[in-house]
Design a protein around this ligand. Structure first.
Ligand code: NDP
Length: 333
């Protein structure tokens, strides 16, 4: 059994020294346990936060522990009457080729709706984040303008499509022209801005949003968000989902203060974590599955092959090397 452990707490951008590969024995499942072969591993920006030893909404990783996170796997041996060999299950056992799971810590997934990998993306954590963060905090109304940063990623690409379903004008901000073409041509975004090539992002947002910005779904923070804030309408809502542009900085982020903008615009800003909505996951999952089946939602996955490439895939998130959900397919058949 191969595992990837947290070898060192990163300062700044993680590198290969952050990770340690080890081989361990497979633990046979005891009563109420199953042995699972990992098929897909999710790599997610929030994992960067867990590498620091600081209190947050999820506990930090311990040094020399397996890097935990979402996985899809197949039950290869079962000592539980709730699971049979061959069941496809979702677990949080992270970066390892096999794991022994307690029956109450995994759940079977529906293989019939869409490929199993979607349960780590559009039908899983990132899809639900988009659903609740947009609809509960952003509350877009028909005809309003919704701006999304990190727009071509796993969460952002779903936010934009849900905003279109709700009848909004949708403006995405992403890092490459290829991503922006995808947003407009494939996903139906009205406008898309490349923050890496623009000369004046604030002006570009104003041009793309002739009626101003009513909802800002923020995945990245920093200067991109400052530029969106300058274009807010009265009663605008800001849904703070993430701040990936700041996850690897050393020290505190310093920027313009936003209080006066919020006052002048009677605007509101709310952070959230997906787990605030844990009791409503069935509602979100049903809506996402239905829209997917009706063809109202599309999705993209960037899938890297090979267990050994998991750390590289994780680092790709900070380089923008993904469109849609970034996953690793594990080669342990
Ligand atoms: P993505 O699929 O969006 O991948 C990350 C993307 O972020 C990259 O592709 C890159 O795209 C962009 N990015 C990376 N560095 C920067 C930078 N310095 N400035 C601007 N953009 C950057 O990841 P997810 O969809 O999984 O997550 C998106 C955000 O949502 C993250 O901030 C994450 O932490 C947050 N999140 C929050 C949750 C919650 O419960 N609150 C749950 C899940 C995710 P590009 O080419 O455009 O730069």
């Amino acid at each position: 059994n191969k595992q990837i452990l947290l070898a060192k707490r990163p300062v700044g951008t993680p590198d290969q020294d952050t990770f340690k590969f080890v081989e361990t024995d497979i633990k046979q499942p005891e009563n109420g346990e199953v042995l699972v072969r990992t098929i897909y591993v999710s790599v997610d920006p929030y994992m960067r936060g867990r590498m620091i030893d600081a209190p947050s909404y999820v506990a930090p990783y311990e040094l020399n522990d397996v890097l935990g996170g979402g996985t899809i796997g197949e039950v290869v041996e079962s000592n539980s009457n709730q699971f049979a060999q061959g069941d496809i299950v979702l677990g949080q056992y992270g970066w390892q080729t096999y794991y022994t799971a307690k029956e109450d810590e995994i759940r079977t997934i529906d293989k019939d709706i869409a490929p199993i990998s979607t349960h780590l993306g559009i039908l899983g954590m990132t899809g639900l984040t988009a659903y609740f963060g947009l609809l509960d905090i952003g509350k877009p109304k028909e005809g309003e303008t919704v701006v999304i940063s990190g727009a071509a990623g796993a969460v952002g690409s779903v936010v934009g499509q849900i905003a279109k379903i709700k009848g909004a004008r949708v403006v995405g901000i992403a890092g490459t022209d290829e991503k922006n073409r995808y947003l407009k041509e494939e996903l139906g975004f009205d406008e898309a801005i490349n923050y890496n090539t623009t000369n004046n992002i604030e002006e570009d947002i104003a041009k793309a949003s002739p009626n101003g910005v009513d909802v800002y779904f923020d995945n990245v923070g920093g200067e991109i968000s400052d530029a969106v804030h300058a274009n807010l309408n009265k009663y605008a809502r800001i849904s703070i989902c993430g701040a990936i542009s700041k996850y690897n900085i050393e020290g505190e982020d310093i920027g313009p203060r936003i209080q006066m903008t919020l006052i002048k615009k009677s605007a509101s800003m709310q952070g959230f974590t997906l787990y605030d909505y844990a009791d409503r996951f069935p509602e979100g999952s049903e809506a996402l599955a239905q829209w997917l089946q009706e063809g109202k939602l599309k999705y993209e996955e960037t899938i890297k092959e090979g267990f050994d490439n998991i750390p590289d895939a994780f680092l790709d998130l900070f380089e923008g090397n993904n469109i849609g959900k970034l996953l690793v397919k594990v080669d342990n058949q």
